[in-house]
Every structure is written in structure tokens, then in C-alpha cells.
Design a protein around this ligand. Structure first.
Ligand SMILES: [Zn+2]
Length: 258
């Protein structure tokens, strides 16, 4: 049986029962917003921190040929600013000032964004977070700054043995497999080479976002202090605007059928 609410559906039959330990006092609910975003809500009245995590099922395997590191670069740019909250690294600063932390990572087929924060500052932080996926700024002036940030992250990685081993393994893998590609990105792959070929990296960044950041391939977990109904209302209000472009949705349906 499906329980319908204004903006979301939550199935309440056996297939959707969330199993938990008897000692676990927290309450859980799975909902799917009308834009196809799947959400796990958790209510813990005793917590002193709230948290959220958004997983987008796209990663470095989807980097266009010749633009290695684009998915990772986009991850940085979403953290930079949004149209509603244009202050540089606004969410990062906000959660730091309110007892929390934030981070993200880009893997081969997923990009994950997450934060935690004191309970009384959660609603605003969640609003700032939702805007990453609704209207990120992706501004021209931020582009070079974040390419430099990615480049310095890569330089730091060069000194870590496990990272060096992984890159060697990638280099030795089949050239026609996406695993072969360099995935972190650096000044060369994100600026020098594209510029030499006349490629506008910011246009490619916006295209990558438009092509891949779609609600139907996102999964959100929200851990709140309030009851499930209240947290559900907040999530519906803040995340309903994430789009699922028609073309992306059709590709998704075809991939499910084949
Ligand atoms: Zn990074």
C-alpha cells in the first residue's frame, strides 16, 4: 500500500519496512519526492547533531574524453556558491560556525556531499545544501580558483603511496575502460589542455551538470532531531525543485528496460 502525501509517496507495505535493531530508538522513513528523488528520513529526538548526505550516481567514469577530473572539479564548484547563497564557500563556513563539518568526494560512479551541524542550525544548513543541486552559481570567477584547488589537492596526493599505487594500477588497466583515466584532474587536464584545444572549461562544466545532475539518480539521507512528519515537510519544501531533465529521465528508463 502506498501512503500518498502532497509532495511525496511513502510505501508502507512489507517491501518497504526498514529493519533496525531492537535497541535502536530512532525512527526511519523512506519517501520518493515527485521529482523522483529518493530520501531516507531519520528522526532521533536525543541527538545533539543533525546531518545530511546526498549521493549523485555519477562520477569520474563519466568524465568526457580529454577532460579528466571534470566530475571532481564540479564537486568543488557546487561547494563554492549557489544563486540563493552566493557567498564564497557559504555552507562550509556556516557549518563550521555552528559546531559541524562538511565534505564531499568523487569516486568512479558516485559523487557524495555531506555535512553535520548543531541541531538548532540545521534548517538553514539544509536549505544551503539543497541549493547545490537546484541552482549552483558555477561562476566564471570561481572557475580558476577551484581548478587551482583541485591542482593543489592532486599535488598533495602525489606524495601518498596508496594514491600513487592506484594511479599505477589505473595506468596498467585496459586503455578503453573508464578506470584507465586519470580521475582527480589538475591544472593540465582542466585548464592548459582544454585551452590549447579551444575548449571552454566552464561551458563543459555547466554541460556536465545539466547532463548528469538529475533528481532521479540522487539519493538523500536526512538525520534530524524533529519527528519524521516535520522533517519530511522540510525536505519536500527544500528539495522538490531539483530537476529531472526529460532526456536524462528517458535515458534512465531505457537503461532500466535493457
Ligand atoms: Zn577535491
Amino acid at each position: 500500500m502506498a501512503v500518498e502525501t502532497e509532495n511525496a509517496t511513502a510505501t508502507a507495505d512489507g517491501s518497504d519496512t526498514i529493519l533496525k535493531a531492537r535497541t535502536d530508538k530512532r525512527e526511519y522513513r523512506r519517501i520518493v519526492l515527485k521529482n523522483s528523488l529518493e530520501v531516507l528520513l531519520i528522526s532521533d529526538p536525543e541527538t545533539d547533531k543533525c546531518a545530511a548526505s546526498m549521493n549523485v550516481s555519477v562520477g569520474s567514469f563519466s568524465d568526457p574524453q580529454g577532460l579528466e577530473g571534470l566530475a571532481h572539479f564540479l564537486e568543488h564548484m557546487l561547494f563554492y556558491a549557489s544563486e540563493k547563497f552566493p557567498e564564497e564557500h557559504g555552507l562550509f563556513k556556516y557549518v563550521n560556525e555552528h559546531g559541524g563539518s562538511s565534505n564531499a568526494f568523487t569516486s568512479t560512479e558516485d559523487t557524495n556531499y555531506h555535512f553535520d551541524i548543531n541541531t538548532d542550525s540545521f534548517d538553514e544548513a539544509l536549505d544551503r545544501f539543497a541549493q547545490f543541486f537546484i541552482k549552483p552559481l558555477l561562476s566564471a570567477d570561481a572557475t580558476m580558483r577551484e581548478i587551482k584547488a583541485v591542482d593543489s589537492e592532486n599535488k598533495k596526493n602525489l606524495l601518498i603511496d596508496s594514491r600513487r599505487m592506484r594511479q599505477l594500477q589505473k595506468h596498467l588497466s585496459r586503455e578503453d575502460h573508464p578506470y584507465h583515466k586519470f580521475s582527480t584532474g589538475n591544472m593540465d587536464t582542466l585548464h592548459v589542455q582544454p585551452e590549447a584545444k579551444g575548449i571552454d572549461i566552464r561551458s563543459e562544466l555547466i554541460k556536465f551538470y545539466d547532463d548528469h545532475y538529475s533528481a532521479n539518480i540522487m539519493h538523500l539521507v536526512v538525520y534530524g532531531k524533529e519527528n519524521l512528519d516535520k522533517t519530511q515537510g522540510l525536505v519536500e519544501e527544500l528539495f522538490q525543485e531539483i530537476e529531472t531533465p526529460t532526456r536524462v529521465f528517458l535515458d534512465f528508463l531505457v537503461s532500466r528496460v535493457l
